[in-house]
Design a protein around this ligand. Structure first.
Ligand code: PMP
Length: 397
């Protein structure tokens, strides 16, 4: 008799697992892998920007210098020279002892949630916000409250009423995912001031801040109020996401707890990758490399803006002009749903991400996110023309 025949195994899911959902974006990305689809849906950096030969050289060097060390278990805090490089890179006084190297900034979000959120805790997010953060926070069973936001991010005036007992406000001041919007100097200053008055901790996520097009964005919130902020950074958008390396800069009061959560999660982030990044970065490589990414993404943003201008004539479609990053945010004509439009667009071989999953509460069904960084100019032209055609047809239904 097979053991399986004895009794039906009863898998009882934890409440937190019940709350986990497949990422809508990942589901859409599966469709976009179909040959011939022009995808504005993904959140992937352009692979053209990955510095392959620099990594090949760094790989040889790391193995030749101390291969055994590179392949051994390592410190949970991260590789010391990399922590020092991160501290030096940031535009405010950061002690390397406050830098925790993480397995992507996505892990930073998970650790922050584990350390700061109980079931029922209130946390505040922008409207809309990064879907991956909602995914990281949700298993802790918080009450997630979207703070009303405008073209610059959260409405600071609304924080007082919403922030009572809130564990933190999660913000993306630079070229936000999904909207591409940026917080002005005035808004940052008001937000840092108000958060300090309210005693409201801030979690500042900044994977896109270096990818500005014309001028660098204003200083991070963390630079204004370091004791009141946890800062998350990433090597995914300036080097390569496959490294899975990011970092958290945390106030001393909270660092040891994040470290303990990190130990439980994965002991440490890949030491070999950390050494390669430290090697690649030394001698100011990022100062030469990042401007090439900026130039490429800016030309792609411009191509998408021009295509939208040309193709959306006569359609009541709105879009913004992001000053950096990878995404543009658009709004369909009144009454049209981006979720309903998507299958028609995919039929025409173009894909995007509907905005709805990025909202903690009531979604804007007309909103959609367009990534401009992985398509060529020619694909952008064809893709936006196909999208306009899909919108025209949908408007007739
Ligand atoms: N935060 C934001 C806002 C993002 O857009 C992303 C990547 N999509 C991440 C965090 C996670 O990036 P990584 O884990 O690759 O550093």
């Amino acid at each position: 008799m097979k053991l399986n025949d004895l009794k039906h195994t009863h898998w009882q899911l934890a409440r937190r697992a019940e709350k986990m959902n497949p990422s809508v974006i990942r589901e859409i990305l599966k469709v976009t892998e179909r040959p011939g689809i022009i995808s504005f849906a993904g959140g992937l950096p352009s692979p053209q920007t990955f510095p392959i030969s620099e990594f090949a050289q760094a790989c040889d060097k790391v193995l030749a210098d101390d291969g055994r060390g590179a392949l051994q278990y390592a410190a949970s805090e991260g590789y010391a020279p990399l922590r020092e490089a991160v501290a030096r890179m940031l535009p405010w006084e950061v002690d390397p002892a406050q830098v925790l190297i993480t397995t992507g900034s996505q892990q930073g979000l998970d650790l922050v949630a584990k350390v700061l959120v109980d079931a029922g805790s209130r946390i505040l997010v922008e409207t809309p916000t990064y879907l991956g953060a909602l995914q990281a926070f949700t298993p802790m069973e918080p009450e997630i409250v979207g703070v009303p936001s405008d073209a610059e991010g959260v409405d600071v005036e609304r924080l007082g009423a919403l922030s009572k007992d809130a564990r933190f406000l999660y913000v993306l001041p630079n070229f936000q995912n999904p909207t591409g919007r940026t917080m002005s100097e005035a808004r940052r200053s008001a937000l840092a001031q108000r958060a300090a008055e309210l005693g409201l901790p801030l979690v500042e996520d900044n994977p896109y801040g270096d990818l500005w097009f014309d001028a660098p964005p204003p200083a991070p919130l963390s630079a204004r109020h370091p004791d009141g902020c946890i800062y998350l950074g990433s090597f995914s958008k300036v080097l390569a996401p496959g490294l899975r390396l990011g970092y958290v800069v945390a106030p001393r009061a909270i660092f040891p707890k994040l470290l303990q959560a990190k130990q439980a999660a994965d002991l440490h982030s890949p030491g070999f990758n950390q050494r390669m990044v430290a090697e690649v970065m030394k001698d100011g490589f990022l100062d030469r490399h990042v401007p090439t990414i900026r130039a490429l993404y800016k030309s792609q943003r411009d191509a998408m803006l021009a295509a939208l201008q040309r193709e959306m004539q006569g359609l009541d479609v709105q879009w913004n002009t992001p000053d950096g990053g990878m995404f543009l945010w658009a709004r369909l004509p009144a009454g049209m749903s981006a979720i309903e439009l998507l299958p028609r667009a995919v039929e025409k071989n173009v894909a995007f991400v509907p905005g709805a999953p990025f909202y903690a509460q009531e979604p804007d069904l007309r909103a959609l996110r367009l990534s401009f960084v992985t398509a060529t100019h020619e694909q952008i032209d064809r893709g936006i023309a196909a999208l306009a055609q899909a919108i025209r047809e949908q408007a007739r239904c």
